[in-house]
Each structure stands twice: as C-alpha cells, then as structure tokens.
Design a protein around this ligand. Structure first.
Ligand SMILES: NC(=O)c1ccc[n+]([C@@H]2O[C@H](COP(=O)([O-])OP(=O)(O)OC[C@H]3O[C@@H](n4cnc5c(N)ncnc54)[C@H](OP(=O)(O)O)[C@@H]3O)[C@@H](O)[C@H]2O)c1
Length: 236
C-alpha cells in the first residue's frame, strides 16, 4: 500500500492550525502537529483521531534551530514531506513608540525566523523528491499597514518577501508555494488581546481551511499562489 503524504503544520495546538490539521488528516495526510503546548497538541491529535487520521505530536519551539531540525527528522520518519504549513504566529498590537524591544524581537523570532527555519528544512526534503507544497499563513497585515500593527505588519511583509523569493527558487524543483492573507479570523488569537472586535463578523477557521484546501488540492502543474480572504463587510 502506498505511504500517506506527510504534512507539517506549525501552530497546530490552536486556531487555524488545529482546524487545518483535522481537515488534512481527513483527506489522508499524516499530520505532524507542531507547537510548544503539548497538552493542546494532544487535543488536536484527539480530533485528528476522531476524523480517522494519523498524526505525530511534535512539541517544538520554532524559534530554536535545533528543535526545528528535530521536527523535520520526526517528519521524515513518518514518510515523504508533501506539505509544510507555516502557520504559527504571534502579535503585539501597540503604537510603534510603545513596542518594547522584547515584543518586537519575539514577533520577528516566531513569525519570520521560525518560518524561515521550517521552510529551509522543508525545501531540503522536497527538493529530494522534486515535489511538495509550502503554505505561508500570512495576514491582511502583510499587504496593508494597519494602526498599532507596526511590529506585526513588519514581520508579515517580511514573510511575504520570504514566500515570494522561495517560490522563484523552488519552482524548477516542482515545489509549489502559496501565501494566504486572511482578514480577522475568529480564533483563540483574539482572547489574548483587550479588544472588543465583533467575533461573529470575522472569517471562520472553516473558511480559512476551505481556502487552503482549495490550493493544496490543485492537481498537476497548477498552483494558487496567493489567497486574499476577507469578511464580506470589510475589515476591522
Ligand atoms: N486570527 C486572526 O485574526 C488572524 C488573521 C490573519 C492572520 N492570522 C495568522 O494566522 C496564524 C494562526 O493564527 P491563529 O488565529 O490560529 O492564532 P492562535 O490561535 O493564537 O494560534 C497561534 C499558534 O501559534 C503557535 N506558536 C506561537 N509561538 C510558537 C512558537 N515559538 N513555536 C511554535 N508554535 C508557536 C501557538 O502554539 P503554542 O502556544 O502551543 O506554541 C498556536 O498554536 C498566525 O500566523 C496569524 O498571524 C490570524
């Protein structure tokens, strides 16, 4: 029997990563569930299991080079890497003069350096099989600046630059690259902030998962390179 394709999903312990892992598992991927909080990863694993899927629970801090290298060794043991989803992300929303160096550095470390480390390992593996797909979960803030988003937007603009560069470098190796730019999504992300945004008007995790699946499930030579996903009523 053919081995199942492997998907590494960072930030699989919550929100978009959690929902995406359940969908990919139901579509036949072995999901490597990557994030720091092992207890929450096990909750995702339970849902993956309920969907009849296979998984590897892989606690990792993606800002640590050695931990990311270990993550991809774990993925290799599960089979051929078909999909890498750079989803883990953090934000501090403040006016630029109020952002501490520590907050700035943390956003750069997770949103940009973490994605770089994971992408580097994924490209090495995918080049060997001359196949694969790398998805970057960016943000509307990666295309348009918003007040209080100085540090976050800077990392997401940078992530867009990384994705666009990688796409050019790997297309000759038959590796696909997609960036997804969602507006506000109703996830636990918003529990961390003292904002009163109407959660019931936000895009849902299911909406984002459907959009990602639309590109991941493209067959043959086709790839959807960018997805802008916003609520019909506009952003806040
Ligand atoms: N929610 C929105 O409105 C929205 C809109 C546009 C774009 N996005 C983007 O979508 C992505 C996912 O967001 P979400 O809404 O699902 O957020 P979330 O519910 O807060 O989940 C964030 C995930 O990132 C993981 N993470 C954070 N630091 C990490 C680290 N150092 N190493 C490994 N994993 C780490 C967290 O896991 P641990 O804490 O367990 O490590 C968690 O699983 C982010 O990149 C975000 O920028 C979100």
């Amino acid at each position: 029997m053919a081995k199942k394709p492997v998907a590494v999903i960072t930030g699989a312990s919550e929100g978009i990563g959690h929902g995406l892992a359940v969908k990919l598992a139901s579509e036949g991927y072995v999901c490597v569930l990557a994030a720091r909080n092992e207890e929450n990863l096990r909750k995702t694993a339970d849902r993956v299991s309920d969907a009849g899927g296979e998984y590897v629970v892989a606690p990792v801090d993606i800002t640590k080079e050695a931990e990311v290298e270990r993550l991809f060794r774990q993925a290799t043991k599960a089979g051929d890497l078909a999909l890498m989803v750079n989803n883990a992300g953090i934000a501090t929303f403040k006016a630029v003069e109020e952002i501490t160096l520590e907050e700035w550095q943390s956003m750069l470390d997770v949103n940009l350096t973490g994605a770089f480390l994971c992408t580097r390992e994924a490209v090495k593996l995918m080049k060997k099989t001359r196949s694969g797909h790398i998805v970057f979960i960016n943000s509307f803030s990666g295309k348009r600046a918003l007040s209080w988003g100085g540090g976050y937007s800077a990392t997401k603009y940078g992530l867009r630059g990384l994705a666009d560069t990688v796409r050019i470098e790997v297309r000759k190796s038959n590796i696909k690259v997609t960036s997804v730019f969602p507006g506000s999504v109703d996830t636990s992300w918003w529990d961390k902030f003292d904002y009163d945004f109407p959660r019931d008007q936000m895009v849902t995790v299911d909406n984002v998962v459907q959009a990602i699946w639309a590109t991941v499930s493209q067959e043959g030579r086709s790839v959807i390179e960018e997805i802008d996903l916003r609520q019909v009523g506009g952003d806040f």
